[in-house]
Design a protein around this ligand. Sequence first.
Ligand code: FMN
Length: 294
Amino acid sequence: MAMAFSALTPVFIAIICVLIGIILKSSRKGTEKKESTPNQKAESRPWVDEDLKDSTDLQGEEEDDGGEWQGLDDDIAHIPFMTERYSEEDMVKRSKDLYTLLNKRRSVRFISDEPVPREVIDNVIKAAGTAPSGAHTEPWTFVVIQDPEVKHKIREIIEEEEEINYQKRMGDRWVNDLKRLRTNWIKEYLDTAPYLILIFKQVYGMHPDGKKKTHYYNEISVSIACGILLAALQNVGLVTVTTTPLNCGPRLRVLLQRPVNEKLLLLLPVGYPSKDATVPDLKRKPVDDIMVVI
Ligand SMILES: Cc1cc2nc3c(=O)[nH]c(=O)nc-3n(C[C@H](O)[C@H](O)[C@H](O)COP(=O)(O)O)c2cc1C
């Protein structure tokens, strides 16, 4: 019996070694996996709208089009480019004038119901549509709401979601940071402003043959267009407040019957400021704090 046991000992030892090896290998794999996905452990950021994420933002998750050329017209004519040329003195004056105008822009949360000509809205949106875009894909849709009933439905959806955002979804930090701006979930301007402009980013487009067209850098492109839109509104003396209705995108997309490739990026209520409008007394950083010259 003792002989048989001692003869089997090397076999037992070999089996135990193999088992330990397997256990060690699988536990190392586990830690490697954990180390390579640090974002999963990142702190929770409830103000990041899940709906706005799309495959172009997630590296490696882009739809595989087999590297196929997207059929953009490479035969396009190239034409001479002309632009205004100003004297240096004029350049200084024009740059100062535009800065002075834009420096008066404020986010206004009290908007009167006084009507605004539609042609002005058409023109500011035309101006926004001049923005550059990744590979000239122009991945934007500006939905202009003037119908009071639709505006009210939008208000109902936003106030319902915003109340949950303020009271449950968002942490104390977010609620505290907003305190000084005196914002809350009641958004009267959604009824009073003569226009609501909802800006959707098209996360992909469609080719005539029904294939998906990649919209490179769609969020950056649409954000630039929104910046131009804000400047164009300021230029005609209208006001707005840049808003990002958190968690409202899908419901608003359905209400406005927009296709699934469109995601709500911003909502701008547009009009004249109401007579008793106030704004927080914010200061802007001086140029030395925002510019580095090398
Ligand atoms: C991306 C972005 C999202 C914003 N979201 C909101 C919002 O949901 N509600 C709001 O009242 N203001 C919002 N604002 C406005 C900011 O609070 C405002 O721009 C900031 O306080 C500076 O004030 P000013 O625009 O008057 O210079 C947003 C601004 C930006 C750029």
